[in-house]
Design a protein around this ligand. Structure first.
Ligand SMILES: C[S@@+](CC[C@H](N)C(=O)[O-])C[C@H]1O[C@@H](n2cnc3c(N)ncnc32)[C@H](O)[C@@H]1O
Length: 158
């Protein structure tokens, strides 16, 4: 089976927050996940979903560490995450330790309902995450010299 693919071109940043989304990207999250009721992890300056971030100066609804989510299992229709992409970004841009993909993605999967979709923005295609299958890869071309962003989209098992 061929994995579904999508290409976007969004050359402008959305805000001055370090590592922010491309402008106009956020409205696509609801379309990609098929719901407005999603957990938005590593939210930074974003404005949609139930927003979680460790930085008190972010736009978060809840300040907490994504490695330990204070929610019951299977409560969100979907989840989306935009983590720092490496240890240097974590340290220099956000003053955090590098987030552990295996640990926090398992948390995202735990709080997402069965069959719910989970999207993770990064600069590479990511490995499979706990209890999920691949459904789509989205590439976002940015301005000149900016590294392409890639969203790996998963679906949680029934
Ligand atoms: C790439 S930025 C996300 C920016 C966001 N997409 C936007 O448009 O503004 C990564 C975010 O992860 C947050 N972060 C880093 N480690 C975290 C952790 N362990 N738990 C929760 N948030 C964390 C940082 O504070 C930062 O806001």
């Amino acid at each position: 089976m061929t994995l579904e693919r999508e290409l976007m071109y969004l050359p402008r940043p959305a805000s001055k927050y370090a590592g922010c989304y491309p402008k106009y990207f956020e409205k696509h999250i609801e379309r990609l996940l098929g719901t407005k009721n999603y957990l938005h992890a590593f939210c930074g300056s974003s404005t949609t979903g139930l927003r979680i971030d460790i930085n008190p100066e972010s736009n978060a609804d809840l300040i907490c560490d994504v490695h330990h989510l204070p929610f019951r299992d299977n409560v969100f229709e979907g989840s989306f995450a935009d983590p720092p992409y490496n240890a240097k970004f974590s340290d220099k841009l956000y003053d955090t330790k590098q987030a552990k993909l295996y640990t926090w993605s398992k948390e995202l999967s735990r709080v997402t309902k069965p069959n719910g979709k989970i999207g993770i923005m990064h600069v590479v295609v990511l490995p499979k995450i706990h209890n999920c299958k691949y459904i789509k890869i989205v590439a976002i071309l940015l301005r000149i010299w900016q590294i392409t962003k890639i969203i790996t989209l998963y679906q949680k098992d029934p």
